[in-house]
Design a protein around this ligand. Structure first.
Ligand code: CP
Ligand code: NVA
Length: 308
């Protein structure tokens, strides 16, 4: 069974196939009204459960629209409204849902919830973000990079700020897609050693550089994310902002990257905090293409999971 739990857990060939299929499916429906079905209906007769234990705009809407375009049906479930949020075990929830639906996407806090869901479900499970990783986002980001600049292989990706869940999935992807990652941020917020080690073991060069100006030199892609993620306590906000302020992506910092470097942010963004509006709305920014590509990338992820 093909779960989609983390980028490094899926074969590189399969990942490349997902990106290529996403691109082809996107092209095939260019200019078509969003609510119009795709010509191919690979999810016809399929029911997909979308479970959210955290807020979401992009993941929720893009999965829902994607399933419908491919002819399937969805149910969007809030963890809190389910018995899952009131003491029913993850294992029992997984076994029950498997009797009703063909595919489960879950956004949750602790990664163990995702993994246990996958262990006990009889249907594929997709990671829609955990405290540790966000693989669907990075599939959309790779599709976006390649649409604008060609193959990402051999490129220099610079992650700025907090070495968080989205950063982790970039590290997972680095090994699989063959690009290099430079992390620039305060030591306290370094990405986990495990993720850096995995990327290096898979052949990627991972550099930790405290000086953001040195870090972005020669960058093909500069990436920012919120300084306070959904799983971080609000009481840490001031401390994090103080540590992270030097890592804001602004025009002055972007000027040190390659002239044709792109800027990405998974969104939601906090304008004038981790990134200025000038960069977000500037010519190097592809943030809304990234958001759109969540739809196309995840449609291909779902086809991979269901083998259709
Ligand atoms: N980027 C992303 O996952 O956005 P949402 O939290 O809105 O789903
Ligand atoms: N790092 C962010 C990503 C949101 C899509 C968070 O986990 O809140």
């Amino acid at each position: 069974m093909n779960h989609f739990l983390d980028i490094h857990k899926t074969e590189a060939d399969a990942l490349r196939g997902i990106i290529d299929q996403a691109s082809a499916m996107k092209q095939a429906r260019l200019g078509r009204p969003k609510g119009m079905p795709d010509d191919e209906q690979p999810l016809a007769g399929h029911m997909v459960a979308l479970i959210f234990e955290k807020p979401s705009t992009r993941t929720r809407v893009s999965f829902d629209v994607g399933v419908r375009q491919m002819g399937g049906q969805t149910m969007v479930l809030s963890g809190n409204d389910m018995q899952l949020g009131h003491g029913e075990t993850i294992a029992d929830t997984a076994r029950v849902l498997s009797r009703y639906v063909d595919l489960i996407m879950i956004r949750t806090f602790d990664e163990s919830v995702l993994l246990e869901m996958a262990d006990y479900a009889d249907v594929p499970v997709i990671n829609g973000l955990t405290d540790r990783t966000h693989p669907c986002q990075i599939m959309a980001d790779i599709l976006t990079y390649e649409e604008h600049r060609g193959p990402i292989k051999g490129k220099k990706v610079v992650w700025t700020g907090d070495g968080n869940n989205v950063c982790a999935s970039f590290l997972h992807a680095a090994g699989q897609f063959g690009f290099d990652v430079t992390f620039t941020g305060p030591e306290q917020l370094d990405p986990e050693d495990e993720f850096v080690g995995l990327a290096r073991k898979a052949g990627a060069t991972v550099t930790i550089e405290r000086d953001p100006v040195k870090a972005v030199a020669g960058a093909d892609l500069v990436v920012a994310d919120t300084w306070v993620s959904m799983h971080d306590s609000q009481s840490s906000k001031e401390r994090r902002h103080n540590m992270l302020r030097p890592y804001q992506v602004n025009d002055a910092l972007m000027a040190h990257a390659k002239p044709d470097a792109l800027f990405m942010h998974c969104l939601p963004a906090h304008r004038e905090e981790e990134v200025t509006s000038a960069v977000m709305d500037g010519p190097q920014s592809v943030i809304f293409d990234e958001a759109e590509n969540r739809l196309h990338a995840q449609k291909a992820v779902m086809r991979y999971c269901l083998g259709v």
